[in-house]
Write a protein of this length. Structure first.
Length: 357
């Protein structure tokens, strides 16, 4: 199928990144912010997206200031290997401030593997107040747990993962099961926490485990962001997985992992791959124009051809239940004031300029 042939429905990307490259002097330029903003609008229009939830820290507020009806934004929380960047934090105050700034939730964070010596477990004392505050305030979290299982196996790890140094067999890294256990401990202690687990929780090779997990944790969802092994694994048991998707249609979210380093065509390829997988029953392959992180498999993917009710929920309705039917409007004057106090002068100035075109 072609992009223009897909069902005419609202589609919100729950997982995109808005990271602006700083100059060699470590400075952020308003012109670069503006250029990236325009590029993302082109992606939304070309990809037939009606909205996008971006991870980009305070820069995400610039998107909201420019296009208040298109962009949701996730606030910053350190990954498990970066907790030194936010020491001794008062989580209740911190999360309340993010909410007041206009963020709809927490942008992607989690425990993507780092050396054990640098790793702070998600169920550790450091994060306890964070999970408490998000649960109390109903503030959703986009959380990346572990990585594909083949990244722990030298024989199975794809070449592009080796080049990115996303492989965990050469040194002392936590095992995938340890990282899962951290998340499960968090969920057991926070039954009302709203969490979307990125990349289908890297569980697509184990349908039975995925079934047990989503049945046990009704407050949790999986996003469909590639890792393209997701579609490959699901295609191997296509009919069984199709039944799973229909059964758990309330807990599955559309996402792409679109990022500022990708070309427009690469971003559109990601949208097309996931939509074709959900809407068609075709056999198809990774496009030749797709970005380098999407493995080219010899066997084809096989589309699920889901019913329209499931598509509408996965594409937008599930997201809107967690994050709101429309993006929150920001108070530009208040946001600029708080950002200046934090030292984010360039983003503050950029947002102020959107008030006076």
């Amino acid at each position: 199928m072609r992009l223009e042939d897909f069902v005419d429905a609202p589609v919100i990307d729950c997982h995109a990144h808005f990271r602006i490259q700083k100059t060699s002097e470590g400075k952020l330029r308003i012109s670069d912010l503006d250029r990236a903003c325009q590029d993302y609008v082109k992606i939304l229009r070309g990809g037939r997206l009606s909205g996008m939830y971006v991870t980009g820290g305070d820069a995400g507020l610039y998107l909201k200031a420019n296009y208040p009806n298109l962009f949701y934004a996730g606030g910053y929380v350190p990954w498990s290997g970066e907790t030194d960047s936010l020491p001794n934090v008062n989580w209740a105050k911190y999360i309340a401030t993010l909410k007041n700034l206009g963020f709809e939730g927490i942008g992607e964070m989690g425990n993507k593997p780092v050396l054990r010596s640098k790793h702070t477990p998600l169920d550790s004392d450091y994060y306890r107040g964070f999970w408490d505050a998000c649960e109390d305030l109903g503030f959703p979290v986009l959380c990346h747990v572990a990585d594909p299982e083949e990244f722990w196996d030298e024989k199975l790890a794809p070449e592009w993962a080796k080049q990115q140094r996303w492989v965990y067999y050469l040194d002392d890294y936590p095992k995938k099961e340890e990282l899962y256990k951290e998340m499960e401990n968090v969920l057991d202690n926070h039954p009302n926490l709203k969490v979307i687990l990125c990349h289908f929780y890297f569980i697509s090779a184990n349908l039975e485990k995925a079934e047990e997990f989503l049945s046990n944790y009704k407050n949790v969802g999986f996003d469909l962001t590639l890792g393209i092994e997701l579609m490959y694994n699901i295609s191997l048991r296509r009919d069984d997985w199709r039944t799973f998707f229909i059964k758990h249609q309330n807990q599955i979210f559309f996402g792409t992992d679109i990022a500022t380093w990708q070309t427009l065509q690469e971003a559109l390829d990601r949208i097309w791959l996931i939509r074709n997988f959900l809407e068609s029953d075709e056999e198809f392959y990774t496009p030749s124009t797709a970005d380098k992180l999407l493995t080219r498999y010899e066997k084809p993917f096989i589309g699920l051809k889901l019913p329209k009710q499931a598509l509408w929920k996965i594409y937008a309705q599930n997201f809107q239940k967690l994050f709101g039917k429309e993006p929150k409007k920001i108070d530009k004057e208040l946001v600029a004031k708080i950002l200046r106090e934090k030292g984010e002068k360039i983003v503050a100035e950029a947002i102020e300029k959107t008030s006076n075109p």
